[in-house]
Design a protein around this ligand. Sequence first.
Ligand code: CP
Ligand code: NVA
Length: 335
Amino acid sequence: MEKTIDLKGRSYLAEKDFSEEEILYLLDLAQELKDKKAQGIKHRYLEGKNIALLFEKPSTRTRCAFTTACIDLGAHPEYLGKDDIQLGKKESIEDTAKVLGRMFDGIEFRGFEHEKVLSLAEHSGVPVWNGLTDLWHPTQMLADFMTIKEHTGRVKGIKLTYIGDGRNNVANSLLIGGAKVGMDVRICSPEDLFPDQEIVEMAEAFAKESGGKVTVTSDTDKAVSGADALYTDVWVSMGEEDKFAERIKLLKPYQVNMDLVKKTGNDEVIFLHCLPAFHDLHTTYGQNVYKEHGLKEMEVTDEVFRSKHSKVFDEAENRMHTIKAVMAATLGELD
Ligand code: CP
Ligand code: NVA
């Protein structure tokens, strides 16, 4: 690929800091790296580098994607869980960042307050990648858009409907990311869970530049009409586990079920979910919700999750290719 965009040395913390061209470049690079892996072509752009993977919250996809991406790129990943280091407990983020920056070439962080990842980036002197904070989930957005592009051929002009908790990290990232690349983004949730006005205004400004469109509504029919992609996320995010009862009450009418899929009027509509998802009773949380609230499925029905519309496992795989692109572009020597 002709290299016209240079992201070397940059941190990847939030979509708002990246231009439309830069986001599209990362998507193209991810596709190129996915193709190389499929063809067995080596792409060891981070040969000899050491990467710290900091996780204050649990993770399956993000941790595994960073780990396998590091190894494919020739780097060494070091996992540091919440009880492994002093981060913010016995040592400030600033001091920890300075120490990690002397030993590691790049740092991934997943945690609660977004300020922590900002501080790591400010003080470490190396690229820092946001693996999810309470505010944003920017590596997820790249995998989502890559999956949309694979299945529809484009991102610009795509009608993307996110339905559910409209003010969580994934909703925020899709809203800003979609506005940046010229999508018609609809966030659909009860008014109590609308995104922050500041984020909506930011998205509106980006959409104006890109030719995109932003809608925030509690009207499900309006939100899903003509959608190319229907997206939902858990009703209760990590760190909010005391909110099941109130969220179930608010979000029950916003479940993605076959009736809602049909209301799009698009037989080719794809269903996306960042995962993990509550679509059956095969989890402890699912069992507890069933016992306490009588619900067998939450944000998406098992029927939709397993239907032809669902591309959630393509999306999960694409976490690795897109995270690889972010690390290679910001730290690697690309050819
Ligand atoms: N989608 C996602 O971030 O999954 P994990 O929480 O398993 O990393
Ligand atoms: N909104 C979810 C995303 C999980 C990948 C959470 O923060 O728990």
